[in-house]
Design a protein around this ligand. Structure first.
Ligand code: GUN
Length: 283
């Protein structure tokens, strides 16, 4: 192995300790930071995600509420709940877990969240703010990836970053954040012919596709920083990312493991956004 590991657990621990300090200071001034997590339906994966988010909040000394609803909840009922949380002064961040049941328009629900409580960074106002370089909440996963670069002291300025994937949650905001950090950014996706042609030129590769072995050893420039956002299962049922870790670690300079890389950072940045929201509300 030549690559150094980027330890998402270690960085998360540091950042969460800072969040806990800020939460305690706010609470002492009479503002207990609060996050509301809304789950509709009984997807086992979503149940695990929301439980982890709520627990992370509590561990940081923040207030959290988990609202769980039956899959039959109507869109109007969900919109009414979001509106009530918008008005609730004890709540500084609102997260509606995705995916939602098919009869509910997820865009409509996300647009109903007050942008100042949009700690997921999914609202069009948050996406627009990121696009034009204004203040707004950054989506947690790409924000966490930027923190990982900072953690290893890697400045993207003047570097070529290749983002694989163009989702609204990861790929697109990741590209905007790297651009803001003065990288030259290429976004590749499912219709990109010859992906390796691009990744071989990259100083930074972010893989966010949701498919195993999207990035293999032969596709990576020696010394590159490789960030793996994927969460998949291998044939043995073991958690793995989008990157062929065993092959790529032999050529990359830095690499994030799965698990223990980007995963813990996503929840950490949700806490960071929520504490930021509570601090803004106090000002
Ligand atoms: N579903 C999978 N990841 C996420 C996330 O980061 N936020 C929300 N709201 N739903 C998700």
């Amino acid at each position: 192995m030549t690559a150094q590991l980027i330890d998402g657990n270690a960085l998360s621990k540091q950042l969460r300790a800072d969040v806990a300090t800020r939460a305690a200071a706010l609470t002492a001034r009479g503002v207990r930071p609060g996050l509301a997590v809304v789950l509709v339906g009984d997807s086992p994966a979503s149940q695990v995600y929301v439980r982890n988010k709520v627990k992370a909040c509590e561990d940081a000394g923040m207030h959290s509420v988990l609202e769980k609803y039956d899959a039959a909840l109507t869109e109007a009922e969900l919109l009414a709940r979001v509106d009530a949380l918008n008005q609730d002064p004890a709540i500084h961040g609102i997260l509606v877990q995705l995916p939602l049941p098919r009869h509910i328009d997820a865009h409509k629900v996300i647009e109903a969240i007050a942008p100042e409580k949009d700690v997921d960074g999914f609202h069009v106002a948050s996406a627009g703010a990121l696009m034009v370089g204004q203040d707004g909440f950054k989506p947690c996963t790409p924000y966490g990836c930027m923190k990982m670069l900072e953690f290893i002291g890697y400045d993207p300025k003047g570097k070529h970053a290749v983002v694989i994937g163009r989702s609204n949650i990861v790929g697109k905001p990741m590209a905007m954040l790297l651009l803001q950090a003065n990288a030259t950014v290429t976004v590749c996706h499912s219709a990109t012919p010859d992906l390796a042609h691009f990744t071989r030129q990259a100083d930074i590769v972010v893989a966010a596709v949701g498919k195993r072995d999207v990035l293999t050893r032969d596709m990576v420039k020696p010394g590159a920083v490789v960030i793996d956002v994927g969460m998949n299962r291998d044939d043995a049922g073991k958690l793995c990312g989008d990157v062929d870790f065993d092959g790529v670690k032999e050529v990359a300079g830095w690499i994030t493991p799965v698990p223990g890389g980007v995963g813990p950072m996503t929840i950490t940045m949700l806490l960071v956004n929520t504490i930021e929201s509570a601090e803004r509300a106090e000002r």
